[in-house]
Each structure stands twice: as C-alpha cells, then as structure tokens.
Design a protein around this ligand. Structure first.
Ligand code: PMP
Length: 448
C-alpha cells in the first residue's frame, strides 16, 4: 500500500551506495526556497539543489513553459534537424554573453558532458593534447572530468586509468598555500601565476598545451573567487602561448555571483564558456559557447548526442531568462548578498564563541563560502603538517547536522573546513533572515 511504502528504505536497498547522501529525507515537493518531504517535513533549502533551482523550486513560469513544450514536441533531435526552441534560446542567450565573440553554441545535458565537449573542442582546434587545471577544481564525475577534477581524490579513486594529458597548477586560495586569509591577494596571485609559468616549463610545454581550464569561482574546492588580476594573468599567458582559456561557470554562472557570468567582473574574455545548472532551473541542460571560428574547427559529426539540448529543457531555459528580466532577479541578488555578508561578517566580528570559529567569509552575490578557523589564534607560524591536520573539515559537517535538526539544508565543500551558502537567487529578505537565525543557533550549538 502507498501509505506504508518506506521510500527511503527501498531507495537504500535498491540505489547504489556510490551516491554519497547528506540526509535520508525523501523529497516530494518543492516551492520557492522550501522543499517538503514525503513525511510532511518542510525544509528551508540553502543548497538550491547544488546551485540549480536558482529561481526557486518549481518557478511557475518555468514549469508552465516546460509543460507547454511537452504538448508541442519533446524530442527535436539535433543530429536530424534543427530544434526550434533551441535556436530561439540561442537568440535569447546572445545578449547575456560576457563577450560578443561568444556567439556559437553546443548544448548538452549535464555539466560534465559540457566540460568534456570543451576539452574535445580545445584539442581538435589546437591539435594539442594537454589541459592545465587548477588544484581544488571540480568539473564532474565522468572519466574525463574526474581526471580534470582536483578537489578530492574520491572522485577519481579506484576508477583509473583516467583521461591522460591533465596537469594541475595552483589556484590563488590561501589554504592551498599554507597561507592565511591575511596574506594579500597580490601575493597569492603572484605565486599562482609563477607556478603556472613553472608548469609550462616543467610539466607541459606550451606547444603541447591546448587549454587552461578553470572555475573562475572555485566551487567544490572551497568557494573562492579568482581575483581579477589572476584572470587577467591567465588571459595574458594564454595569448602569449597560443593556449585557449576555458571558463567553467557551471556553478558560478547564471546570476549566482550577481552578474550573469562571474567573468564579467574582470572583463576577461574566455575562449570557451561552459554553462549548466541554473540555465534551465532544474531541467537538464548544459552547453558550451565559443567564437564561430573556434567552434567550427570541430569536424561535422564529431559532436552531438541523443538528448543534446532537449526541447523541454530549452523551453524552460527561455522562461528562466524571461524571469530574470521580469522579476529583476539580479537586483534581489545584490540586496540579499548584502544582507548575508552583513550578517556573517557581523557574527565573525562579534567576539562570541560562535563568531570566533569563523576564519573567512568570502564570495560574490549569493555564492558565499565560510571557512572555519584552524586555531583560535590563526595559523601563521605553524608548521605545514600541523596546519594540514587542522584543516581537515571538523566544524562544517557538525554545523550542517545542526542545521538539519532545525530543518534547514546547507552544504559544505572540499577537504577544507568550508560551508557554502547558495540560496535561491529569489530568496526573500524574511526567508534569508530565518536562514541566518537558524545558522547562528546551529553554530552556537557546535561552539558550546
Ligand atoms: N563544473 C562545475 C563547476 C560544477 O560545479 C559541476 C557540478 N557540481 C560540474 C562541472 C558537473 O556538472 P554535472 O554534475 O551536471 O555533471
């Protein structure tokens, strides 16, 4: 009987243990910033399904657009003909591109597939084999993207041999350097660019290097925005060495950081931009965009896929852009970002037991990372081993559990002790204020 059906137990028995799962909740309904479980528990969602339902769960205009498309055509296969909704979506997306050279698209379903498409394009266009990625990067869990991912070993562990030709260099993030938040941005950027030059001298020659691939805001690796100087430095090095710059904005794109794409802040032009997640607010849609000249270096037939750029997902994506305009979503991001940063920075400076646990509050817009202190007196003079031991996540997982007890979903990141705040971009002032209170109570419970 339906009433006695224990979906969690059945799922536990019949779904792979390979999926790490934060809770045993069974999600049945979502509306705005809230999710309701099959047991009627209402949860405040600060994860947005990992930065996907940016307009809130089941935004009516997006759901309606998808439903309407369902009655028209669901599968307009792109290797057979043009998908009209997809072509219309391109027309809608062109004005939000961070650079006018980005005018030629390829759509896929998931972020990882789009990352793979970008790598294929870079290799085909440059006729060079190697890709440089950042330490701390996350690009997906397929074989190629697990190889490109350097945030945690678990994503590749036991699954080798992974795709070859990938080299990692350092991102300007203090935890990657045994540094502290007090180290200047300039110092970190100089170090990181120096390491990149060494990578090109010691590991992969420019003549073998097709692309530098990075998340302009390090995501799973710790929620760290790249300083503009770093992105400019990368652009310069790419230009000098005939290397492509690929920006993975799967998580940081689509309004998350307060602009449609984070690279807008620095004005740096990516050769290839990767998007997914928020683009269709929960429908599977991803893609890459590049100049026509670059994209057309792919041989006809080398790209495509059964569901590439599905019509229903494309209809949802068109509605997403309409909502951005009609509901002034970016204005809300600016206001709520100020509210969240204000609250977290005040808590950090409060001198309370809970506040003293916080080491760093960072991010842009509503992509906010909070890192916990390694020691009450900061790490400065400690040796590397002691620092590393103390950097293992200790506080973040406990706070996540305390938030759960209070019916709020919050995520952590990476091998460092970091929490990430990614509420819906449409979260109201009141909802965010509730979230802040729950967070404070949860942190206080851990601090006791
Ligand atoms: N790149 C980035 C920056 C991501 O955050 C993610 C997903 N968290 C991916 C790629 C992979 O996307 P997907 O899970 O849709 O394959």
């Amino acid at each position: 009987e339906k009433e006695s059906f224990d979906a969690a137990a059945f799922g536990e028995a019949h779904i792979t243990k390979g999926i790490g799962r934060l809770t045993k909740h069974v999600f049945e309904e979502g509306k705005g910033s809230y999710i309701t479980t099959d047991k009627g528990v209402k949860l405040l969602d600060l994860t947005s399904g990992i930065g996907v339902v940016n307009l809130g769960h089941c935004h009516p205009k997006v759901s309606e657009a998808a439903a309407k498309q369902c009655m028209k055509i669901t599968h307009a296969q792109v290797n057979i003909g043009f998908n009209k909704t997809q072509v219309e979506l391109i027309q809608d997306m062109l004005p939000i591109m961070p650079h006018k050279s980005l005018d030629t698209f390829f759509f896929w379903n998931s972020g990882a597939e789009a990352v793979e498409a970008a790598v294929k394009l870079a290799r085909a266009a440059t006729k060079k084999p190697n890709i440089i990625v950042m330490q701390g990067s996350y690009h997906g869990r397929t074989n190629a993207t697990a190889s490109l991912t350097r945030s945690k070993t678990i994503y590749g562990e036991g699954h080798g041999p992974l795709m070859s030709g990938v080299f990692a260099t350092a991102f300007p993030y203090y935890s990657q350097w045994c540094a502290t938040p007090e180290n200047s941005t300039e110092e970190l950027v100089t170090e990181a660019l120096h390491q990149l030059k060494l990578t090109l001298q010691q590991q992969t020659a420019p003549s073998d290097t097709a692309a530098i691939l990075l998340e302009p805001v390090l995501g799973e690796g710790g929620y760290v925005p790249a300083p503009p100087e770093f992105l400019h430095g990368l652009r310069r090095i790419c230009d000098e060495n005939n290397i492509l710059l690929i920006c993975d904005e799967v998580q940081s794109g689509y309004g998350r950081t307060g602009t449609m794409f984070f690279v807008e802040e620095s004005g740096v032009r990516p050769d290839v931009l990767i998007f997914a997640k928020g683009v269709a607010n929960g429908f599977p849609l991803s893609g890459i965009v590049a100049s026509k000249e670059l994209m057309d270096k792919q041989k006809p037939g080398s790209m495509g896929g059964t569901y590439a750029g599905n019509a229903v997902a494309c209809a949802a994506a068109r509605a997403v852009l309409q909502v951005f305009k009609e509901e002034k979503v970016l204005d809300n991001v600016a206001a709520r970002s100020k509210q969240l940063f204000g609250f977290l920075n005040e808590l950090k400076a409060s001198g309370t037991k809970a506040g003293n646990l916080i080491e760093d509050v960072r991010g842009r817009g509503l992509m906010v990372g909070l890192q916990f202190a390694r020691t009450p007196s900061k790490a400065g003079s400690q040796n590397a081993a002691a620092m590393f031991a103390k950097q293992q996540p200790q506080i973040a997982p406990k706070v996540v559990q305390e938030c759960l007890k209070r019916n709020m979903l919050l995520l952590s990141t990476s091998v460092f002790d970091v929490l990430r705040f990614i509420p819906a971009l449409k979260i109201s002032e009141e909802e965010l204020s509730t979230a802040c209170s729950i967070f404070k109570e949860s942190l206080e419970a851990v601090a006791e």
